[in-house]
Design a protein around this ligand. Structure first.
Ligand code: ADP
Length: 503
């Protein structure tokens, strides 16, 4: 057991804040790192101490593991939480952290390595008889042989990069005539995006749902699952709306998937929080896709329906504590929905639309949770992921959670950038979504920019105007500006921030 008293969060934005909030509840001191572009960011203000680690480009700041470890040593930090993205699934970094005598709040470097390769992950999981999508077990080296396998599997097939992530490095091949061309593209995309040209083939499941299972494992071999999240509403193979539980799984199917997920975690000696992703076909047969060895963006929906703070559990596990929760202690209570509020223009192919948040007023009220990293007047930097916030609602059943979400979306006032909110509102009101009869092709099947209608709640608009006027007259502490460690006051009230400094 190594108690953690001081944590550095090697991340930015909403996830840095989300981790810090739990740390603060646990009495743990927090250290933020930030790039020059994030000098005035909320995570910098919220942390007990904050250090600038370099210029805006993440390769010179948030990805500089060496600088981050040096800050830990200088400030007497015990442990690093990597959040998601950046260094969170970087096995050499996790190893460097351990070698520096620090605790990495996450799995072992070995687990990250195995699950970081989709092929190695499948090989590890194969020991446990986990259902897999039919495909090639190894990276393709012989094209003629690969073509033969593809025709045995039957078109359409998918070519995937073994090192792929974030929906990149995937190519659908409809027929043998397209095989060579798509293969060339997949390999070159895999090399340019991931520095590894290994690709493999999978049967393309034509009407798939993406359903994933949250797992938690400790360093003593105990592994539990915390049920599923339904994540089929995607654009560019990336999630925009998630919910828990899934509207289509029976208790038996849930248990079978949960057991498989625990086995996948066991196959790589997993500890920490992780997610085992499955693809589910029309008959509700499920197949293992991959495992993500970190906290997921969509983890709050699981927290809402189980009452478990996943970050707190991650910290306990990293300290070496045994899991205090047993599988039988867990039950699903209520229903949660999350929408990702991206600075993107749904009317223009979901292209990023960064700029200044001229109006920014969060929704509030019963059953509404907003995890964000911005305030009114702040700029969404072009250097990073354009996610502004995660909006989560919780109700006693699915209908209530959805109704709360529509109400919350209508209350959310954002101007200055286009966002995914109107798109999410469209999805939530769509019959296919309401009935649960949707798959990962929802966007291509039902969405065109013409279906977007602006939120027209005059009461909400009036409230927003009032709040905005109040925001602009309040004053508060100035943001951190030194590149040295600084003590920053806790953000006690969102209203007490001097927005003029951010213009
Ligand atoms: P990444 O690591 O890039 O996120 P995944 O393997 O997790 O890649 O797949 C991302 C998404 O791509 C899935 O949620 C699903 O929508 C789609 N997908 C992946 N594999 C298949 C498949 N075999 N058939 C159909 N769709 C797939």
């Amino acid at each position: 057991m190594r108690p953690i008293k001081k944590i550095l969060i090697a991340n930015r934005g909403e996830i840095a804040l989300r981790v810090m909030r739990t740390a603060r509840e646990m009495g743990i001191v927090t250290v933020a790192v930030f790039s020059e572009a994030d000098r005035h960011a909320l995570h910098v203000r919220y942390a007990d101490e904050a250090v600038c680690i370099g210029p805006a480009a993440s390769s010179e700041s948030y990805l500089r593991g060496d600088k981050i470890i040096e800050v830990c040593q200088r400030l007497g930090v015990d442990a690093i939480h990597p959040g998601y993205g950046f260094l969170s699934e970087n096995a050499p970094f996790a190893r460097m952290v351990q070698e520096a005598g620090l605790i990495f709040i996450g799995p072992s470097p070995e687990s990250i390595e195995v699950m970081g390769s989709k092929l190695a992950a499948k090989q590890a999981a194969a020991q446990y008889n986990i259902p897999m999508v039919p495909g090639t077990p190894d990276a393709i080296t012989d094209r003629a042989e690969a073509k033969q396998i593809a025709s045995q599997i039957g078109y359409p097939i998918l070519i995937k990069a073994s090192a792929g992530g974030g929906g990149k490095g995937m190519r659908v091949v409809e027929s043998e005539a397209e095989f060579d061309e798509q293969m060339d593209r997949a390999v070159s995309e895999a090399v340019s995006s991931f520095g590894d040209g290994s690709v493999f083939i999978e049967k393309y499941v034509t009407s798939p749902k993406h359903i994933e299972i949250q797992v938690l494992g400790d360093q003593h071999g105990n592994i539990i699952h915390l049920f599923e999240r339904e994540c089929s509403i995607q654009r560019r193979h990336q999630k925009v709306i998630e919910e828990a539980p899934s509207p289509v799984l029976s208790p038996e199917k849930r248990e079978a998937m949960g057991r498989c997920a625990v086995d996948v975690a066991r196959s790589c000696g997993y500890y920490g929080a992780g997610t085992v992703e499955f693809i589910v076909d029309e008959k509700l047969d499920f197949y293992f896709l991959e495992m993500n060895t970190r906290l997921q963006v969509e983890h709050p929906v699981t927290e809402q329906i189980t009452g478990v703070d996943l970050v707190k559990q991650m910290i306990y596990i990293a300290e070496g504590q045994e899991l205090a929760i047993r599988q039988d202690d867990l039950a699903i209570k209520g229903h949660a929905v999350e929408v990702r509020v991206y600075a993107e223009d749904p009317a223009n192919g979901f292209l990023p639309d960064v700029g200044t948040l001229q109006t920014y007023v969060r929704p509030q009220g019963n059953g509404v949770r907003v995890d964000d990293g911005f305030e009114q007047g702040m700029e969404i930097p072009i250097y990073y992921d354009p996610m502004i916030a995660k909006l989560i609602t919780y109700g006693h059943d699915r209908t209530e959670a959805i109704e709360k979400m529509v109400r919350a979306i209508d209350e959310y006032q954002i101007t200055g950038v286009q966002t995914t909110l109107p798109f999410c509102r469209f999805v939530l009101n769509h019959e296919a979504f309401r009935t649960g009869e949707f798959d990962t092709h929802f966007v291509s099947k039902y969405f065109t920019p013409e279906v977007l209608e602006p939120a027209t709640d005059p009461a909400a608009a009036e409230l927003a105007a009032l709040l905005t006027a109040r925001l602009l007259t309040d004053k508060g502490p100035a943001p951190a500006s030194s590149s040295e460690p600084v003590a920053t006051p806790a953000v006690k009230s969102n209203w007490k921030v001097n927005r003029q400094n951010w213009r």
